[in-house]
Design a protein around this ligand. Sequence first.
Ligand SMILES: C[S@@+](CC[C@H](N)C(=O)[O-])C[C@H]1O[C@@H](n2cnc3c(N)ncnc32)[C@H](O)[C@@H]1O
Length: 439
Amino acid sequence: MKDVPTKVNHSPFRGYSGYISSLKRLSVESHRVAGWDTRVDAALNGQASVELRRVAPLETRRKFGAFFTGTDLGSQLIDCDSRFGPNSIFYDPSCGMGDLLIAVARRLRLGKSLADTLRLWGRQLTGTDLHREFIQGARTRLVLLARQRHRTDEALRLSDSDLFPGIRVSDGLKEEALFSCATHLLLNPPFGKVAAPAGCSWASGRMTEAAAFVITALERAKPGTRMLAILPEVLRSGSFSEHWRRRISQLADVEIVQPYGMFDDSADVDVFLLRLTRRVEAECPPLYLWTNSAAPRTSTVGDFFTVHVGRVVPHRDEETGPLRRYIHPRNIPMWKEVTRFTEKRRHEGLAYQPPFVVLRRTSRPSHPYRAAATVILGTKPVAVENHLIVCEPRNKSADTCRVLMEKLHTKRVNEFLNQRIRCRHLTVGAVADIPFSIL
Ligand SMILES: C[S@@+](CC[C@H](N)C(=O)[O-])C[C@H]1O[C@@H](n2cnc3c(N)ncnc32)[C@H](O)[C@@H]1O
């Protein structure tokens, strides 16, 4: 008897299929079953990334740029645009598990019934990804969100592919129609390095693939299309990305450029948020629009420092891993240099190599200066609590840290922060935007 040939799944993410099947089962379970809501919340908030990390090694995730946007970052991106309604069409060319589409769908109107909502959303939400598992996951998670928002057990007669025909397996860089139909483009593209295309005017050698995604998207979009993107910080501030920024400024009005800090705990890369509107091409666009202001660009803290939130969450993190010097707002003096450390703790995650500057995230009314700083010196890495913001000098110089501490102790910086953020909490984006030069 001949063997019946079985179809072999060569997908690098085949190990993820089990998780997708569990999402599909959840999408047809009654919402009245105990714990259904909690399980849907988990499925829509970060679980897709955690599961991918469990089944696919970092090397594979890096190779394909498979890092999904967290709920907070996704909603911060969508908050950058309030101009969308029932006629808007969204396209995410590298949609992964649909996190950006989900962030939009949280704000879309519901129809009269679940089927009605899915029909409306199916017309408004489009996306492509190279991997079948992710496309199935994205569609299923949108069904889960719609069902949760409706709180209904209404049966669906159509499969998820009928419900979301515009979300499909395809190479986003080869799409044409989806770009030109969209009113809004959503992007968190792969960040891996690829060779610049021959004859490319805005890059040479190796570049981040994210750069190509943005240019391709803008070149194919019609005038008036809005783009919301999460992109690697090198594209905003790297001197070698200047040709790329110039090309973008020819194609679009640059409206919001907002440094964000680390993408997440698993992808150790700084990102920024970008909002653009495609316009008719201009010959000599003004590059200073990248500063998000009408004034010529002045340099900022983000040009000289990488800015992060400290990594230790004391009540969450187990005390395992190497024994580190440990700082938090209560064991370091303000406006001083620290070389001796009074506390140590074990910490598995990232520790920072001095020199660097830390700022207290929360300022008290009794602190006359909002960005209360300390310069951290020494030779060994230091674990930093998450109530501190870390500024690592790109030139690794203690003197650059001293200059920053001195400039933070000024009325000018206070006024900038009071205008930029009204609450008492400093954000990574606001710190990176503080006007700063070493002179
Ligand atoms: C950084 S992830 C982001 C996914 C999603 N946009 C989000 O924000 O969560 C990038 C995604 O791009 C996909 N991808 C990589 N190259 C692609 C291409 N040429 N066309 C379509 N998708 C692609 C990867 O499979 C991955 O899911």
